[in-house]
Design a protein around this ligand. Structure first.
Ligand code: BES
Ligand code: MN
Ligand code: ZN
Length: 506
C-alpha cells in the first residue's frame, strides 16, 4: 500500500472513494443522535446534508454510509464513517475508523481511497494522523494468503488529507511513523498466519534474517549446536521430539552513540507448532496452534519498526523457535531438565509435569541468554496459557511485572498504542505452586491461576532484572473479523512493545 499526504481542500480531491469521519454530539440520554462531520469543507457538508438530515445514520463506531456522485465534490464516492460519541473520541477511534474505510473499499474492488484527517478539540493532530495511517495499513491485511480466488484485493493507494493550515512537517513525520508501525504489525501478522509446514523454526529464522538485512540491523540464527554450547537444557528439551531443528534468533539494534545503558531485551516465544508433545492436545482446534509463535513474531515486528524509527537505545531481540512434537525422542512427563546456567550459578533443575507447558521452558533459557548478552530490562511476549483467556477474556492481554517503573513506562505507551493489557499479580507466595520434590521447580502449577503459575515460573529466570511478561494467548488471534481488522492474526503487542522501547530512549 502506497500512502501519501495531501494538503488540499477535501472537495478538490479526485478519488474513487473519499472517506470522512463523523461523530454523535448529542448529550447523554438524548433521544436522537446529532451527527457532526469532523472533516472537509462546506462542499462536503452540503453533499452530505440531505442524507444526514434523514436521520438513519447514527455515527456509531465504524458505521459506514456511502454516497455515489456526491454533488459539488470531485470524488466519485463519499463514505462517511462513524466514530461514535463525540465525548469519547480519541485517536484510537480514528485508527479503527480508518481501518473500516479501507476494509469497506477492499471487497468492492476500489483500489484508491482518500481519507480526510478528522479535526476536533479532543484529537491531538500528530497522534491522529499517526493512528489514521496505522489503521489504514492494518485494515488492508487479510489472512487469505493461499486462496487463489481472492488475490490482490489490496487498496493500492491511500491519500491522507490534511487541512493546509496544519503543521505540515509534523503531519509528514506522523504519517511516516504510522506507516512504519502499521507495516511492522502486518509483518508480524503475516508470519503468524503461516501454517506450521511452511513456517518451521528454520524458515522463521530466515524471515527474521531477511528483515534484519533489509533494515540494516544485525541478526544471528543459531541451531542445536549453539543451544548445547550454551547449555540451554530447557529449550533443548522442547526441541528434542521434533525432526525440525530449532532456531535461536538474535537480532541486535545498536544505534551509533547510544548510551551504554539501558539495554532492552525482548524475548519471544516462537513455537511454530504446538501439539502439546507427549501430553498431547485434543485434536479439536489443534490447527490453531500454528499461532504459538505470535510472541516471537511480535518481537520481530517490533525490531523491524525500531530499525526504522531509530530511537537512541540499544535493543536485543531474541526469539526461541521450535516445534513441540511427540515422538520416540520427545521428552516425557517426569523428566528432569537443567536450564541454562546464569553466570556463577548452576542451571535450575526443572521437573517436567506436562510437556504442553513448553513455552515457559524455551523462554526460561531465552531470558537467561538475554541477560547474558547484557540486557538490563526485559520484556517477553508469549501465547503462554489458555488460562489467561479464562481470567481476562479476549479483550485484554495479561501483563505481569516484577518492576513498577518498567510497568509504568509500558502503561504510558498504551495511551499511544491503544492496545489493552491488564496487570495480574506475581506475589512471592504464589511460588509454592511450582515447588518440586525432585528438582528446583516444576513446569506446571495446577488447576487454578494458570496464567500466574506460568509467570511465576518465568520470574525464577528473570530474577533481579526488571522484567515484563505479556501473555497474549487469548488476544493474538481473532476468530471473527472486526470492521477495522480481518479475522486471523492480530499482531497484538507489536505497537505496545515499540512504545515501551521509545520510553527508554533519551
Ligand atoms: N500454546 C499453549 C497455550 C495456548 C492455548 C495458546 C490456547 C493459545 C490458545 C501453551 O503451550 C499450553 O499448552 N499451555 C498449557 C499449559 C498447561 C499444560 C499448564 C495450557 O494453557 O493449557
Ligand atoms: Mn503447549
Ligand atoms: Zn504453546
Amino acid at each position: 500500500m502506497n500512502t501519501k499526504i495531501l494538503f488540499a481542500p477535501t472537495s478538490d480531491v479526485e478519488t474513487e472513494l473519499l472517506a470522512v469521519f463523523a461523530v454523535d454530539t448529542a448529550p447523554k440520554g438524548a433521544p436522537k443522535p446529532e451527527v457532526r462531520l469532523l472533516a472537509g469543507d462546506d462542499a462536503v457538508a452540503n453533499a452530505a446534508r440531505t442524507v444526514l438530515d434523514g436521520g438513519e445514520f447514527k455515527a456509531e463506531l465504524c458505521e459506514p454510509l456511502l454516497l455515489h456522485s456526491p454533488s459539488g465534490l470531485k470524488a466519485r464516492r463519499l463514505l462517511i464513517v462513524g466514530l461514535g460519541k463525540a465525548a469519547k473520541l480519541t485517536p484510537h477511534e480514528v485508527r479503527k475508523g480508518a481501518g473500516a474505510a479501507v476494509r469497506f473499499a477492499k471487497p468492492r474492488g476500489l483500489r484508491e481511497v482518500a481519507i480526510a484527517v478528522p479535526v476536533a478539540e479532543a484529537l491531538d493532530p500528530k497522534l491522529t494522523v499517526r493512528a489514521l495511517a496505522e489503521g489504514a495499513v492494518i485494515g488492508d491485511f487479510d489472512s487469505d494468503t493461499y486462496r487463489s480466488d481472492r488475490k490482490d484485493r489490496s487498496v493500492q493507494s491511500v491519500q491522507v488529507l490534511v487541512p493546509p493550515a496544519a503543521d505540515q512537517g509534523a503531519a509528514e513525520a506522523a504519517l511516516r511513523e504510522g506507516v512504519i508501525v502499521g507495516e511492522s504489525q502486518n509483518f508480524a501478522r503475516a508470519l503468524v498466519n503461516e501454517p506450521g509446514n511452511r513456517l518451521t523454526p528454520t524458515v522463521l529464522g530466515q524471515r527474521a534474517a531477511e528483515m534484519c538485512r533489509e533494515f540494516g540491523i544485525q541478526c544471528e540464527v543459531y541451531g542445536t549446536d549453539k543451544l548445547r554450547e550454551l547449555k540451554m537444557g530447557a529449550f533443548l528439551s522442547v526441541t528434542q521430539g521434533s525432526d525440525e531443528p530449532p532456531a535461536l534468533i538474535v537480532m541486535t539494534y545498536e544505534p551509533q552513540g547510544a548510551p551504554a545503558g539501558p539495554v532492552l531485551g525482548l524475548v519471544g516465544k516462537g513455537i511454530t507448532f504446538d501439539t502439546g508433545g507427549i501430553s498431547i492436545k485434543p485434536s479439536d482446534n489443534m490447527e490453531k496452534m500454528k499461532y504459538d509463535m505470535a510472541g516471537g513474531a511480535a518481537m520481530i515486528g517490533a525490531m523491524r519498526a525500531i530499525a526504522q524509527l531509530q530511537p537512541p537505545v540499544k535493543v536485543i531481540g531474541i526469539v526461541c523457535a521450535a516445534e513441540n512434537m511427540p515422538s520416540g525422542k520427545a521428552q516425557k512427563p517426569g523428566d528432569v531438565q537443567i536450564a541454562m546456567p546464569a553466570p556463577g550459578k548452576p542451571g535450575k533443575a526443572i521437573e517436567i509435569i506436562n510437556t504442553d507447558a513448553e513455552g515457559r521452558l524455551v523462554l526460561a533459557d531465552g531470558i537467561t541468554y538475554a541477560k547474558q548478552l547484557g540486557a538490563t530490562h526485559l520484556i517477553d511476549a508469549a501465547t503462554l496459557t489458555a488460562a489467561v483467556a479464562i481470567a481476562l477474556g479476549q479483550l485484554n492481554a495479561g501483563i505481569f511485572a516484577n518492576d513498577d517503573d518498567s510497568y509504568q513506562r509500558f502503561t504510558d505507551g498504551l495511551k499511544v498504542s491503544g492496545e489493552r493489557f491488564w496487570r495480574l499479580p506475581l506475589d512471592d507466595d504464589y511460588r509454592d505452586v511450582i515447588k518440586s520434590s525432585i528438582a528446583d521447580i516444576k513446569n506446571t502449577g495446577g488447576r487454578y491461576g494458570g496464567a500466574i503459575n506460568a509467570a511465576m515460573f518465568l520470574k525464577e529466570f528473570a530474577e533481579e532484572t526488571p522484567w515484563l511478561h505479556l501473555d497474549i494467548a487469548a488476544t493474538a488471534w481473532n476468530d471473527d473479523a472486526k470492521p477495522w481488522m480481518a479475522s486471523g492474526p492480530t499482531g497484538i503487542a507489536v505497537r505496545s512493545v515499540i512504545e515501551w522501547i521509545r520510553r527508554f530512549a533519551g
